[in-house]
Ligand binder design. Structure first.
Ligand code: AMP
Ligand code: GLY
Length: 410
């Protein structure tokens, strides 16, 4: 199978790595890719949010499966264009991707489908925002309604800060605070049915001890030894299948990965957010543990044939990933610094590139906020963690920072 992956982050590197290990994949391409992806796939310089460019490339390559990684191309209709050109595509349509692209749309779907989530109000004026903050009380949760790369959410006890964020956004969703550990569950969907991958946990705050600003994610691990028995089955029954059913009922069937970000509250799992793609960095650890060949699963989703697939298998043991972020991430990351120590020197650890590029001399330099991550694996979380941090300790990037407590409490 000739496969084309769209995107250039750590998630796409993890996807390419897993696809490259699938014997059914004869050719692997990625557009635009990054310095690390170039070592496992042929990369192509296209604008990933331009449907015409992506379709032209897919057709020229004779791609039999296109996998769209990030949200921006999905929201731009890239998956629709690829499907319209007759190429099987793993990734939701523009309309279905609104589950991530609009928090208000996601809430509407959840209410219609009876999916447990935080009570919420959509607010445009300062008066509406004030009334909503009053109604829900502190801690305040204020979310930009549009796409914000995981950075549009402010959770604060400070009313002035909450109001300022609301004022800075055109439209916000203000909602009830959900208390409890967070879990990311990815469900592969083919429009009518869905199957779950293994749950993972992400670390969203920039600094140790869950301090500092929200980021796209600073590290992740799987499996979750502390998760309640039957969690995946419960989330599939209460969240994923009703959501997929509601989207199909509305004539916008969901094909791709539905990412449920959940809070495990006293009252049970509640949806914090949906994403229309694999979470990053969670995808790195989940795909590391997936034993079932990936291309076949994604192709089954793209062709509406998931019902014929056996349940996916996962390897025993654990995976932990630690993100190395650029100086000043998430505010205003510094780019263009050289990175040393990338060679795999630690058994059971490998490097996933996110914001990297090659300079004129062919050396790897930083080119984004989350520059790269190190995935460690082992028989248990402690050994996977040790492997990841041993390799992290060998990597040098001026001014960079990483969390030292990823998966520590697990
Ligand atoms: P989101 O972009 O919606 O995932 O929000 C980013 C982060 O903000 C989440 O991972 C949570 O840590 C936090 N968050 C979002 N919504 C809530 C909520 N209703 N209650 C508590 N924390 C929240
Ligand atoms: N790791 C969280 C996200 O991908 O949004």
């Amino acid at each position: 199978m000739r496969v084309l992956v769209i995107g250039s982050g750590g998630r796409e590197h993890a996807l390419c790595r897993a696809l490259g290990l699938d014997p059914a994949v004869s050719e692997l391409h990625c557009a635009p890719g990054n310095a690390g992806i170039a070592s496992v796939a042929t990369t192509h310089p296209v604008v990933p949010t331009d449907p015409e460019q992506v379709v032209a490339l897919a057709v020229r390559l004779g791609a039999e499966l296109v996998v769209v990684g990030p949200e921006a191309p999905l929201v731009a209709g890239v998956a629709d264009a690829v499907r319209a050109a007759g190429v099987p595509c793993f990734g939701p349509s523009k309309e279905a991707a609104l589950i991530e692209g609009s928090k208000a749309f996601a809430k509407d779907i959840m209410v219609a489908a009876g999916v447990p989530t935080a009570g919420a109000r959509v607010c445009v004026t300062p008066q509406e925002a004030e009334a909503a903050l009053e109604a829900f009380g502190a801690p305040y949760v204020v979310k930009d309604d549009g796409l914000a790369a995981g950075k549009g959410v402010v959770v604060t006890a400070d009313r002035a800060e909450a109001l300022a964020h609301a004022a800075a956004c055109e439209r916000v969703v203000i909602e009830e605070f959900l208390d409890g550990p967070e879990v990311s569950l990815f469900a592969l969907c083919d429009g009518t049915t869905a199957i779950a991958l293994q749950p993972a946990q992400d670390f969203k705050r920039a600094y140790d001890g869950d301090q500092g600003p929200n980021t796209g994610g600073m590290g992740a691990y799987t499996p979750l030894p502390w998760a309640p028995e039957g969690l995946t089955e419960q989330v599939m029954a209460e969240v994923v299948l009703p959501t997929v059913g509601e989207l199909a009922r509305r004539g916008t069937p969901y094909t791709g990965v539905l990412y449920a970000g959940l809070a495990l509250t006293q009252a049970g799992p509640r949806v914090i957010e949906f994403n229309a793609r694999f979470g990053d960095p969670e995808a790195q650890v989940v795909l590391d543990r997936l034993e079932t060949p990936l291309a076949g699963l994604l192709h089954a989703c793209a062709t509406g044939a998931l019902g014929e697939e056996p349940a996916p298998r996962f390897r025993d043991g654990a995976a932990v990933t630690v993100v190395i972020a650029a100086e000043n991430y998430p505010a205003d990351p510094v780019k263009g610094d050289r990175i040393e120590g990338l060679d795999p020197a630690v058994k059971d650890a490998y490097v996933i590139h996110a914001g990297t590029a090659l300079d004129e001399e062919g050396r790897v330099v930083s080119a984004g906020g989350r520059v790269l991550s190190v995935v460690g694996t082992g028989a248990d979380i402690a050994s996977a963690r040790a492997a990841a941090y041993a390799q992290v300790g060998r990597i040098a990037l001026r001014g960079s920072h990483h969390r030292s407590d990823i998966a520590a409490r697990a």
